[in-house]
Design a protein. Structure first.
Length: 92
């Protein structure tokens, strides 16, 4: 199964249009035009067919994660190493 096949199957399974895929790729700062994208969905014997590279599929999958889950929340800042933790004393 080629990268083109994976991209086609995900497009159909998730009911994505070309605009949606362009927006998903933009989430990971990967710019692509609709005509370039359309070349991935053509038949292999078509003169304008283009093979989908690993980088494009990887960026699409990373963008899809952000699209479906939302952006990652920022991590909480930990206390500096020199700072001591205070313990609460219980009245037992």
């Amino acid at each position: 199964m080629t990268n083109n096949d994976v991209l086609k199957k995900l497009r159909v399974a998730l009911k994505l249009r070309d605009d949606d895929i362009v927006k998903i790729l933009a989430l990971v700062d990967f710019r692509i035009s609709k005509s370039e994208l359309g070349a991935f969905f053509r038949r292999e014997d078509h003169p304008k067919y283009m093979e989908c590279g690993d980088q494009i599929l990887r960026n699409f999958l990373n963008g899809l994660v952000i699209h479906l889950r939302g952006p990652m929340p920022e991590k909480q800042k930990s206390k500096p190493k020199g700072e001591k933790r205070t313990q609460k004393k219980s009245d037992t």
